[in-house]
Design a protein around this ligand. Sequence first.
Ligand SMILES: [Zn+2]
Length: 221
Amino acid sequence: MDAFFYEKKDDRSNYICNMDLNELKRKMAETIRSYNLKGWSPATSTNYSFRDLEKNIWVSRSGVDKSEFSENDFITVNSDGIASGEFSSVKPSAETLIHCVIYSLFPDTGVILHSHSVHPVVLSMNAGLAIEFQGYEVQKGFAGCVSHEALISIPVFDNSQDMNEFAEWIKQRNDEFGNHCFVIRGHGTYAWGKDLFEAKRHLETLEYLSHCELLNKFVKQ
Ligand SMILES: [Zn+2]
């Protein structure tokens, strides 16, 4: 898995800077459609966001079939998750506040990805406050993890329809996000990074490990 080390050493700090807004929107839309093909966003669900060079927050418009999601389906919101500018008449996804809290807690964040994939959702139904992984090569996909022997702990939150309440829960556990992701029980995963490349790596690492761990539990039974 030398690729992980190569990418971590590679200076991608200009990844967003080198991309204009339209290119970034296109790359995000491409990622959203590819995740839909994996079955990670059924029935128009999930949401995604990024920040542009001026730190404006762009979130995916809700209610759009993710198999048809395009670069024109992003809207801007303010730091409270309220649609802003030319999009002020559009109602953003109820989960937009989660994105805003992550950006405020971790100012280096450039992209946040959300998935409703099956494996972490099922795994979370029997988990406590965290899901743990150990012994997997791919866990090195998390920034800062250099060994398959490390014990990786991913926070799990109960689901809530009250986004203000949920935002408070995230703030209270902000020291548990060393792996740049968390799981919402029975709901899905959130992962983030300084750019799209890193956010994808974190989300896909969590998704892969969840799949392995679920199968591992099944095999052990
Ligand atoms: Zn969701």
